[in-house]
Design a protein around this ligand. Sequence first.
Ligand code: ADP
Length: 589
Amino acid sequence: MIFGKHINKYYFKYAHMLILGILALLFVDLLQLEIPELYRMVINGLEYGEVEVDGAMLPFDMDFLVKQICGPMLYIVLAMVFCRFLWRVCLFGAGIKVETDLRSRMFNHSKHLSQQFYHKNKVGNMMSYYTNDLETIQECFGDGVLMMFDALLLGGLAVAKMVQMNWLLTLFTLIPMAFLLIVGTVVGQYMTKKWEARQEAFSALSDFAQENFSGIAVIKAFVKEFRELWAFKKLNKDNEKANIEFTKASVLLHICVTLFVESVICVILGYGGYLVYTEVFNAGQLIEFISYFNSIVWPVMAVSQLIEMSSRGKASLKRISELLDTPIDVKDNEGATPIQSVRGDIEFRNLTFRYPEADYDALSDVSFKINAGENVGIIGKTGSGKTTIVDIILRIYNVPDETVYIDGRDVNEITIESLRAACAYVPQDNFLFSDTIEHNIAFAVDDYDREEVMRFADLSDVHGNISEFAEGYDTILGERGVTVSGGQKQRISIARALMKRASILILDDSVSAVDTETERTIIQNLRETRKGKTTILIAHRVSTVEKMDKIIFIDDGKILAVGSHEELLANSSEYRKTVELQKLDEEEV
Ligand code: ADP
């Protein structure tokens, strides 16, 4: 069994299943303890020709065998089969339900964690929470309850029967049990540490494998397969080592249990044999005693497995708790209210912003105003802070009060969900789901028809390409959209964002992989379809944004100039320099 703040409530939630399972288990155990008495009757019947039943001596004949032995045995076996089925369904079922509930909670919590969390925690590690760790918790919950109660019920009842028969022989059999518990507790603690190390080694391995599969194209292009294989081998070896250390401890525990069982059998045979010799016991009673002892072998094994399982469970629960206890750092401020029918005014007022854990400011004293319905270009060198501006508009990170305003309202007073609902975004590193092109384009909307999807694909100039695919809009895209080119991927992402018909559309370097002609068509379509709505286009090249209503020119986290292309040419020497340099570049090409 496993206890912890994130798991305790499930013992109440699934109490009905647990109680029914435990009752079925109790019934099985009581029935099981009827069997040794039947053994005694058969052995004594064979030896003496008559058997004592409820104080009366009955002859050991065919009638006795059918009525007193086979009949009850059949009833016991059938009832045990049914009850075993019942406790399996109830106890293992409860374990599976807990796993499902926890998984949903973890997924829900993970969704709300900030981008920063995902910068620090790799996908492989996250996946091992959802696979290995959850499986262990499920095992601990279902099997754990079973083992604990079985050990208590069957063990307790069998010991009671043994004490009734001969307390001294019982005492001799129980002494090694005390040793087992001491050894088990010590080894269990050691195993918790080893399991944690094993889980970490496995996480590192799956992180590495996941990153390698995602970056396979880069690895092949740089002919680094051998180096990667070498690195993988090392991690695999570490994983093997951690596994072996855990298995060693597990085997040690198992050996202790076997030692206990064997030593107790020695005691029973020695002292029990003596009791038969001195006629305290007859042969049938010794067999009955040994049968009771056999019934406690499984509970004793269960104790050792319980210790081992709990140690693994504790380590896995600790890891899962770390995830569930990770604070949601980007969340609605107290009193935040939804923003309704966003117009699309955006204002930054003297915002200085530093990424969490960074040691320099990504934006310094940034101020600008975008009016609703404007087409705005943001231009600047790589690393100048363009994407950071987008991250802030979308409230991916926290910002100080009174620095960023949407429709004149401080973003900190607006609920994040309503703010993001008003925005459509095409990220630089765009992502397509392993789904049909139609579902990818219509990702933001629930109600749509094929014509609409085609219209938006046409506006982002990708309809022609899609029509060429044999399955058209039903073409399934591979993981991360590998079956389409970079340019097609960008344009499908633009269609997806356009279809949201949001008040604010942000395209982050989203036409970099398309040719100039297509870029022009898309920008022209944007102008026409998004009249009255705010559109922000981040670009490297001045030519992409020169026709925009307003250009924000940024360098090294500082705004150098804001205005139309003509205004910037007239007022900003840096802008003029950039334009000239880019012209020279184009001429050279
Ligand atoms: P641009 O979009 O203009 O290329 P960014 O806005 O992405 O530039 O980055 C601005 C600066 O902030 C860069 O120096 C970059 O290294 C840094 N930066 C970006 N994202 C993070 C992050 N998550 N954590 C820390 N620093 C970051």
